[in-house]
Structures are given as C-alpha cells and as structure tokens.
Design a protein around this ligand. Structure first.
Ligand code: HEM
Length: 511
C-alpha cells in the first residue's frame, strides 16, 4: 500500500514536471494561463506574484483576443481580459450581470462596510444618485480648488523650498500621499488632518489616522492575493497576525470618522452646510451614522492615493524626459503670462487657466495609460454568459479587466504602445485633445459606475504639477531604473520615490 502510494506520488510529480517543462517552452506552450491538475494556475501565480501585472500582461498579449481563463484552488475561477469589447460588455451592455458581487463585498466589508465602492443594487444607486448630483455642483468644484490652492501655498511649496535649500533627498510619493489625504479629508468632512504639515498641533492625530487608513487598505487588498481564503479567515477568527493589525487599523479609522460625524451632528454647524460631502449626505435624514461613516470612508479611499499614485509615476517618467518637461514648462509660462487676474492667489491656477494647460493634461493622461492608479478591477458574473470575443464565462466566476495591460496592447495603441508620448492625445493638426473611448482607456472605469471624481482629480493633479514645476526642478534619484511596483488597492511605488529638488532658474512669479 505504502509502495503504491509512493509510486503514485512519483508518477504524479513526474506528470507535473512534464507539464511544467512543456509549458515553459514558448513554442509548445498554449496561450493563456497554465493550468495544472488540482492546483490550477497556482504554481505560476506563486512564481510571479511579485510581478503580477507584467506577468499577466505578457500572458494576455499572447492570447488571440487578449482574454484568458484563470483558475485557482478553492473554486476561484475567472476571466482576465484586456479586450475593449469585453470591457464595454461588462461595464455597460450587460452591466446588470456583473455586480461587485459577494466575494468582493465580503473581502472588503470590514473596512468599507456598505460604502459606494462596496455595494450593489439599490444601496449603490442611492449613493451614486446623491453623489453624482453633488459632484456636479459648482460650489463643490470651487471648494475643491480653494482647498488645493491653500494646501499648495501653505504646505507643498514651503516643503519643496526647504528640500531645495537643504539639498536633501525627499520621498515624493510620501509627500503626494499626504497632500492627497489632507485634501480629500477637507473635501469629505471639512476636517484638516494636516498630514503634510509636520509642525502643526493636530498633525500627530491626522498622521495616525492616515497610517491606519493606509494599513487597512493594504491589508484588505492583501486578502485578494491570499492563496487560500481560509487562511485569513482563520487568522481573523484567532485575531492574530495581519488580521489583528487590520482589525486595529479599522478601529482607529472608524473612531476618527465616528468622532467627526458625532460632533457634526451635535453642532449642526450652519457654516458647514453645503460645503463638504458629509454635510450633503447628512441632509438626508434616513442615513444612519454608520452608513455616513461608510460613505465617507469610501470617498477618502477614492481620493486618497489615486492622484498620488498617478503623480508619483508621472514625476518618475518625467525625470528622464527633458523634452516633455520643457514643453510643460513652456505651456505653464504661456498660461501664467496670459492671466491678468488670478482667482486664488499666486501659488496656483484658477479653473479657467487649468483648462488651458492642455499639454500637461495630455502628459498626465499618457502617464496614467502606462501606470493606471487602479491597475485592475474585478466584478462577479451572476449568470452564465459569453463575452463578445467568444470567451465563455460561468455563474459565480470573477471577471477582471486589466487596465495596466490595456495600456500596453499594440492592438489598442499601435506599435509604439509602450512609449510615453503625450502627443498621441492630440489630433493630426496637434491642437485638439483627442478623447478616447473609456472602454479602451478604462483608467477612470466606464459605464454606470464611472469615476465621479475625474474632474476633481485633474484639478488637483494639474494644480500640483503646475505649481511645483513652475518653481522647482524635480528629478528622481534613480531615473533610469523602473521602480518596483507595490500593489495595494492602487498601484504604488515600492519604497517610495526619492527625488532631488532644485529651484528652477527662470521663474515668472514666486510664492
Ligand atoms: C487619478 C485619480 C482617479 C482615478 C484613476 C480614479 C479611478 C476610478 C476607478 C477605476 C473607479 C471604479 C472603481 C470601482 O470599480 O469601484 C472609480 C470610482 C469612483 N471614483 Fe475615482 N478615480 C480617481 C480619483 C477620484 C477622486 C479624487 C474622487 C473623489 C473625490 C473619486 C471618486 C470616485 C467615486 C465616488 C467612485 C465610485 C463610483 C461608483 O461606484 O459609482 N475618484 N474611480
């Protein structure tokens, strides 16, 4: 019996080895993810987890329709696609068949509750309706511009000035994350956590909140990458390891948010009416304090490191592209020269001026094509379906559209798809910005759940870049090496982005 087991085991191992060697040979390897008996694509997933995005991009590139079936143990099956027709089908044409779904909801429920990112059906619709109305108001846009301007003028520029004087190396990703966190908290609650302002009295509380938020987001997204789902569930049950840390982080985040909601409810502060997002949702009396908390946490997540992720990669790319830098600076100087009256002080640009920064807009858009902040996005399949490229999908499978891979597909962007080329966003004559179908460029998602903060995000990103580049030369210390990726809910740079800051020589106005 024992001998039989040993022989069976040896046979099985030989079979696996054969499959492994067969699949390693590019000539004999069938397209798609390699699937082994019992373990599915797990061996390759483990081998490539550290370079998940590039690995999956390579696989999809070699598939005829850029879609592939992915199988993991524990009946986790699904499709990963970089095909625009499939993306349109999932996000628009057959939207009702592809909700976030139970698995996604379950993995993020502890952190996000029933907030807009983590809900489907009526709960989602209700939040979407209120939020879309509010996001379109001029008053919210003005509030956003005003907040960005104050943060740039009173914190960002002084910080960059200090770094340039001391000639020290600065972690720009960290600076951008602090900026975005202060900014989104102002917009969401009208509370200033002062994370970018190391010297302020409230900074320690704000910094603790930010750190806890960061941990909660990273540890929650880690659940998606866990090889066996029961491992994190057991850790949660025993309250040990990463799940213990997650619980503690979530407690800190909830306590901070609850505090603000409670004091706002008690104060009924007329000065906050109509200003931030919280007061707009509080106007609906049926919203419970817990639901308000979930809503606010989702908005912070949305605004927190999407823009900082986008700009970190942008500044890294720009460090080795002096030609693009020069064009951006020339445009900033032209727009600066043409503005007689500034809306919000010297440091930043008003809404109309930001609109004129078209080349900058294209450069940021191009950078997000190659390094999309939300690198992949996953939905669940409610009923069996066939995607437009002919790929069959079963009930309860997941479907992931791969935004990072889509930015690197020749079939979408042509043979120069991996080149950073802001010019590709203009028409033949070079003057008019060419909008792209959101199904080919799903950086802000598409269809019914498309990002509500897109305009706000561009306002923030363009303001930061224009104010910083007008005054400083910012160069990545290691500009020739592509930084390692860190996959949280957004795509970040592992270990941060060390930069050197120097004053720019030709500055038309100083802060
Ligand atoms: C570069 C910056 C940004 C990028 C690339 C981005 C991208 C996205 C993506 C891919 C989604 C879909 C996520 C999902 O499936 O759940 C999304 C949704 C959303 N975004 Fe953004 N976002 C950015 C900035 C912002 C900002 C600054 C805000 C708000 C202040 C915001 C608010 C939202 C909201 C509320 C949703 C949920 C929409 C819904 O489910 O109906 N985003 N965004």
């Amino acid at each position: 019996m024992e001998l039989f087991s040993t022989q069976t085991l040896l046979l099985f191992l030989s079979f696996l080895t054969f499959l492994y060697l067969h699949n390693r040979n590019p000539k004999t390897r069938p397209p798609g993810f390699k699937a082994y008996p019992l373990v599915g694509s797990l061996p390759d997933f483990l081998l490539n987890r550290h370079r998940f995005l590039d690995w999956t991009t390579d696989v999809l590139r070699n598939c005829p329709t850029h879609s592939a079936v992915f199988r993991r143990p524990g009946k986790v099956h699904g499709i990963i696609t970089a095909n625009p027709d499939n993306v349109e089908h999932i996000l628009k044409t057959n939207f009702h068949n592809y909700p976030k779904g139970e698995r996604f909801n379950y993995l993020l429920r502890d952190f996000l509750g029933q907030g807009i990112f983590n809900s489907d059906g009526d709960l989602w619709k209700l939040q979407r309706k209120t939020a879309s109305y509010e996001f379109n108001t001029k008053s919210l846009r003005n509030f956003a511009i005003q907040n960005v301007t104050v943060e740039i003028q009173t914190r960002l520029i002084p910080l960059l000035q200090r770094a340039s004087k001391s000639e020290s190396v600065l972690d720009l990703q960290d600076v951008l994350e602090r900026f975005a966190f202060d900014n989104i908290c102002k917009l969401a609650f009208n509370v200033d956590p002062a994370c970018l302002d190391g010297g302020s009295g409230d900074a320690a509380v704000g910094a603790e909140f930010m750190r806890a938020f960061e941990d909660a987001a990273t540890l929650s997204s880690g659940r998606f990458m866990s090889v066996f789902g029961w491992v994190w569930e057991l850790k949660k049950f025993l309250n040990v390891g990463s799940e213990r840390k997650l619980r503690e982080s979530i407690c800190t985040v909830h306590a901070f948010a609850d505090n603000i909601i409670r004091s706002r409810m008690e104060a009924k502060d007329p000065h906050n009416d109509d200003m931030d997002l919280l007061s707009r949702f509080m106007a609906k009396e049926e919203n419970s304090p817990e639901f308000l908390r979930d809503i606010v946490i989702s908005f912070i997540l949305a605004g927190r490191d999407t823009t900082s992720s986008a700009l970190s990669w942008f500044f890294w790319i720009l460090s080795s592209r002096p030609d693009v830098k020069d064009k951006i600076i020339k445009e900033i100087e032209t727009v600066r020269a043409s503005c007689e009256k500034r809306d919000y002080g010297e440091a930043s640009f008003g809404y109309e001026e930001l609109k004129e920064l078209k080349y900058l807009h294209a450069a940021i858009t191009e950078s997000m094509r190659l390094y999309p902040p939300v690198h992949v996005d996953t939905m669940a399949c409610l009923n069996d379906d066939v995607l437009p490229d002919g790929t069959g999908i079963k009930k309860n499978w997941f479907v992931t559209y791969h935004t990072y891979a889509m930015g690197r597909m020749e079939s979408i962007w042509g043979s120069d798809c991996v080149e950073f080329k802001p010019e590709r966003w203009f028409d033949e004559e070079g003057g008019v910005f060419r909008t792209e179908s959101p199904f080919r460029y799903p950086v802000f998602h598409a269809g019914a759940r498309m990002c509500l903060g897109k305009e706000m995000a561009y306002i923030q990103m363009k303001s930061i870049v224009a104010a910083a580049m007008e005054r400083f030369e910012i160069d990545a210390v290691d500009k020739d090496t592509c930084p390692e990726q860190h996959m949280s809910l957004t795509l970040r740079i592992k270990g941060g982005l060390p930069v050197r800051v120097r004053p720019r020589e030709c500055v038309m106005s100083t802060a």
